[in-house]
Ligand binder design. Structure first.
Ligand code: PMP
Length: 368
């Protein structure tokens, strides 16, 4: 067994989310909690109507546009209620009695979104990989005649599959990018809407980022919606009031801003993407080389950020889990609905941490 230098106060955190946060960001946030940019007020005490916060919001939008290359026609909104709230907010705004939405199902998160949408209108699955236990990405989309939107989840956090590129859709495309936003480059102009909860690559839970094309926003047809939308469930509120209709999660938004600064110091998304690919390769290589490990997802659908695998018996899985936690590798137990293991390699996980885990997995399998 490799002798690892574990500081148990700072274990290796490979959890799926809330996930590891870079230490420099935590350090900076702890300072800003006391005194934000020389105001003498902590970030949690600052009015969301203050010039400083309004400036911060604009700075965050501008950094997001730069890092993700977001065209000016896109609104950037900040909502609450987690990514899950979008599962209902999207159909509430874009469905209605006469409209249809198409869903591509690659696991639990898109299934939940579909079930929620069905409460508000005609929503249907047009492709699914459920038959093979979500080991692949669905293909052969059988689009409806004129759906308001086509919905997919770019990275399935629980099963560990990932679209290698966005599905080609002639209709407005909505993506739940909660677990892979900013981990790789995407062409935003191909999407009508992208949303992501913050607690993986965008900081801490509490804010959901929405990137929405103005044309898609303008396609909301109030006359089709059979009820008056609650104010906070209407995208119009966020667009009209600069995401400040009510008190936003000031600290979470601030934190997202700090993460963006950190991403810039790391050379931006392209550079993180290549680091992420290398990290994922390190782990998959160990898994593929050993008969002990059984990667869950087919090779061409594997996620770069959530790596899932099982072992041949429950006893061995328990042994691995115990050995991992004794060596400070935390958060690698698979989601309760799938079992096995899941290693999450978001932007904040370093190559050194990944190498330490790869060495540990190799040693564990060599001993058996
Ligand atoms: N979508 C995806 C892909 C997720 O991974 C998660 C949670 N991990 C959610 C949606 C739900 O997010 P939240 O808990 O913020 O509502």
């Amino acid at each position: 067994m490799t002798s690892l230098q574990i500081d148990h106060k700072h274990p290796y955190n490979f959890g799926a989310g809330p996930a590891k946060i870079p230490k420099v960001v935590l350090q900076k946030a702890s300072e800003d909690l006391m005194n934000f940019r020389g105001t003498g007020l902590g970030i949690g005490e600052l009015s969301h109507r203050s010039d400083e916060f309004l400036e911060l919001l604009e700075e965050i939008r501008s950094n997001l546009r730069e890092l993700m290359n977001i065209p000016k026609e896109y609104h950037i909104l900040f909502c609450t209620g987690g990514a899950t709230n979008q599962f209902s907010m999207i159909p509430m705004n874009f469905l209605g009695e006469k409209r249809t939405a198409d869903f591509i199902i690659n696991g639990i998160w898109s299934k939940k979104a579909l079930e929620e949408a069905k409460k508000f209108g005609n929503a249907q699955c047009i492709a699914s990989s459920a038959d093979n236990g979500f080991r692949t990405i669905p293909k052969d989309f059988n689009f409806s005649e004129a759906p308001s939107y086509v919905y997919f989840n770019s990275n399935e956090t629980i099963y560990g599959n990932q679209f290698q590129s966005e599905p080609i859709s002639p209709f407005p495309l909505i993506c739940d990018a909660s677990s892979d936003i900013l981990s790789r480059e995407i062409d935003v102009s191909k999407y009508a809407m992208i949303f992501a909860g913050a607690q993986k690559n965008l900081g801490i839970a509490g804010v959901t980022l929405i990137i929405m094309h103005e044309q898609f926003f303008n396609s909301i047809r109030k006359e089709d919606i059979p009820f008056s939308l609650p104010t906070l469930q209407s995208y119009e509120t966020y667009v009209k009031d600069n995401s400040l209709y009510n008190t936003p999660p000031v600290f979470c938004i601030y934190f997202l801003g700090e993460i963006l600064h950190w991403i810039k110091t790391k050379g931006g998304v392209r550079s993180l993407e290549s680091a992420n690919r290398e990290k994922a390769d390190l782990i998959y290589k160990i898994l593929d080389a050993s008969s002990l490990y059984k990667p869950y997802v087919d090779k061409n659908a594997r996620s770069m950020v959530n790596i899932t695998f099982t072992l041949s018996s429950e006893t061995l899985e328990k042994e691995l889990l115990t050995a991992a936690s004794q060596n400070g590798f935390l958060g690698i137990q698979g989601h309760r609905t799938v079992g096995g293991f899941r290693i999450s390699l978001y932007n904040s996980i370093t190559r050194e941490e990944t190498e330490a885990l790869a060495d540990f997995l190799k040693d564990f399998s060599n001993g058996r």
